[in-house]
Design a protein around this ligand. Structure first.
Ligand code: ZN
Length: 675
């Protein structure tokens, strides 16, 4: 019987045949596809003909299609709907994949062919895109160690394979801790919780097979619980459980894994001739050096900390007025901050919530994409990976552009957080291949029959991930290796964070924020108060973020710490971390940094991109409004459609005419007025 993963996919749009595949297909499919990829690589490097762009670079781009057909649905499922069988497969695949990655990227024969082309590049009559792909391919091989030999070569290979195993373990431990913990709430424990939190807690209880209400460590439940629960003892218990993920001792403890990962990354950098991992990593980023990152983070840190210290005083005073004569603790911050927000902005989340319906916010994101880029969306009825997932066909002037999939609700086997990935990326080398893009979120699933309601933060996440999706969907290049979001890590958050700005354009919510029961639009004054409040508590948000970003960059600068937890504490103390705020992600659950290499010494990227998104949105406003057609055109032409065709600073300069400074960001966060 043919493996459905490897067969010709006759599904609509060539989507993965989710309805026909089973977990048993992945391992044999993976083995077969790996064998095939090896044969393709052998064909490239053993080719008796001298290297040409076509027989080397094109062939490399085309290599591994079968493997992609197996792994793209597999990793989608592992992220959104994991189970013990899939986790076992993931553990089995990850060292094999790392080894395969090394076979390609550390291949001396392949490097020799690519390097010969590079030396000859002026004579090859390449298009600018081909020249860029050649440059990046060669750079990738050099940075992977293809030029090494002897001990260094073998050791680097081992290091990478071990890192892949550790990254998988880190993620699985975290998921295990997140799944294991929940707190049952008795009726007297519900004090202060508004209806929407109760509904989420009830749905969570049903999923856990418990009675009544429970709190889990899902962000969409724990955060509102911390905002509203009047029970300080329960807030403390929940908060400690939340921030102890990965640090509970026993089999799922991530602390020694983090230490080993950092040591191996340092060794990797040394083997490649770099002083430390951050220097190696940042070489290809827009920031270029760790010092440029520190400079940005400190420019933001000082005003943010000043604001947070002021806020801490106000919150402590509120708490004392409540009769709690104790120091303000991290589990108090969100609770008193929410009260203060309700007072100052006369706005409480519970009152707001019925106006932010998931389906309407999806329509709002689509409508913005229609007005800016002429994209149209039509719901599709196709088999997907989970009953909660939905798909749309995206077209422009009748022409097929992409398939967009949204998988919005939290569930047990889903990784926390929100992300965008491509089941298939845009490219033209293999024919006119249009992308299949998926947005994954962890919004609270409503009880049967009720509409899904979002917080303003959730709506922002939805717009953020949709911005990444646009970067994939509008891609228009030939080579997959530079298509869509294949750009520098500190540039990749620009399209996503920029798109969040359209949620703040009043006419968008005037139309799409309608009450779930009455259908009435959100009253104008409430809308204004909500937008004003959106930038509330930025001292807190900025401090918790910058603390994480700084720990990340310091971990990877200089010698790797023997005990990361001690070093983390020292860094925070050195920065003067306010006692009532903790890192947004502490080391044992800092998946951005330890689950893989993507955001390691690059967690600062969000802020780096924010410097640009604030400035880029200003370009629309200066040109006449949020939907200015010519600015949208420029954004698509110079950024959204070209992927990694040029260096990020060039792309940005083409769009804006110059590079941005930090001012627009501080202003956007309301931190420009703090002393
Ligand atoms: Zn993002």
């Amino acid at each position: 019987m043919t493996n459905p993963l490897l067969a010709d996919w006759t599904t609509p749009f060539g989507l993965p045949p989710f309805a026909d595949m089973s977990d048993d297909d992945f391992a044999p499919g993976f083995e077969a596809s790996l064998t095939q990829a090896r044969a393709e690589l052998a064909e490239i490097i053993e080719n008796p003909e001298p290297p040409t762009f076509e027989n080397t670079i094109d062939a490399l781009e085309l290599m591994g299609e079968a493997m992609h057909k197996v792994l793209s649905p597999f990793y989608t499922l592992v992220g959104v709907d994991s189970n013990p069988a899939r986790e076992a497969l993931q553990r089995e695949f990850s060292p094999k994949l790392a080894a395969w990655g090394s076979e390609v990227s550390m291949n001396p024969e392949l490097f020799a062919r690519v390097d010969a082309l590079w030396q000859d590049r002026e004579k090859l009559k390449l298009t600018p895109e081909q020249m860029r792909v050649l440059e990046l391919t060669r750079r990738g091989l050099v940075r992977a160690g293809a030029q090494l030999d002897g001990f260094a070569f073998d050791r680097l290979k081992q290091v990478k394979e071990r890192l892949a195993v550790l990254g998988t373990q880190f993620t699985q431990n975290l998921l295990a801790d997140e799944r294991a913990w929940y707190m049952e709430l008795d009726p007297e424990d519900l004090e202060g919780l508004p209806d929407f939190v109760l509904a989420t807690a009830k749905a969570a209880a049903e999923e856990k097979g418990a009675e009544g209400h429970v709190v889990t460590l899902s962000r969409s439940l724990i955060v509102p619980f911390l905002q509203f629960s009047a029970r300080r003892d329960l807030r403390e218990r929940a908060y400690e459980a939340w921030t102890s993920r990965g640090a509970n001792g026993g089999e799922t403890d991530n602390r020694s894994i983090a230490a080993e990962i950092l040591a191996l990354r340092e060794e990797r950098a040394h083997l490649l001739g770099y002083d430390d991992f951050a220097t190696y990593k940042l070489e290809t980023e827009m920031a270029k050096t760790p010092d440029a990152v520190r400079k940005l983070l400190m420019e933001v840190w000082e005003p943010a900390k000043a604001q947070a210290d002021l806020d801490a005083q106000s919150l402590a005073a509120m708490m004392n007025n409540d009769g709690v004569n104790d120091a303000l603790e991290p589990w108090d911050w969100r609770y008193y901050s929410e009260k203060r927000r309700a007072e100052e902005h006369d706005l409480d989340e519970a009152e707001l919530k019925p106006y932010l319906q998931l389906d309407r916010m999806i329509e709002a994101a689509f409508d913005c994409a229609t007005r800016l880029f002429g994209l149209e969306f039509k719901a599709l009825d196709v088999p997907l990976h989970h009953p909660d997932a939905r798909a749309w066909e995206v077209t422009r002037k009748g022409e097929h552009i992409a398939v967009f999939i949204g998988d919005y609700f939290a569930r047990g086997g889903k990784r926390s957080g929100a992300w965008c990935s491509a089941l298939r990326s845009q490219q033209k080398l293999r024919g006119d291949i249009r992308p299949h893009v998926i947005n994954v979120c962890n919004f609270a699933k409503p009880a049967k029959g009720s509409p899904a309601l979002l917080s303003y933060d959730d709506a922002r996440t939805l717009f953020h991930e949709f911005g990444h999706a646009l970067h994939q969907m509008l891609s228009n290049v030939t080579y997959e290796s530079i298509s869509g979001t294949s750009v520098a890590r500190d540039f990749v958050e620009l399209p996503s964070q920029l798109f969040e700005h359209w949620l703040e354009v009043p006419e968008v919510l005037q139309k799409y924020a309608t009450h779930a029961e009455t259908g009435e639009p959100m009253p104008a004054d409430m809308l204004q108060r909500m937008l004003d409040a959106a930038n509330y508590d930025q001292g807190f948000a900025t401090v918790e973020y910058v603390a994480s970003a700084m720990v990340d960059i310091e971990f990877h600068s200089g010698d790797a710490p023997e005990d990361p937890m001690t070093m983390q504490a020292e860094i925070l103390e050195g920065m003067g971390m306010p006692p009532a705020i903790r890192m947004r992600h502490a080391t044992p659950h800092f998946a951005h940094v330890f689950a893989g290499d993507g955001y390691s010494s690059a967690y600062y990227s969000y802020m780096w991109s924010e410097v640009m998104d604030a400035d880029a949105f200003a370009a629309f406003e200066e040109a006449g409004g949020a939907f200015d057609a010519s600015t949208a055109r420029k954004l698509e032409d110079h950024i959204l459609s070209v992927g990694g065709l040029r260096e990020a600073d060039e792309l940005y300069t083409e769009f804006r005419g110059r590079l941005p400074g930090v001012e627009a960001l501080l202003k956007g966060r309301g931190l420009d007025k703090v002393a």
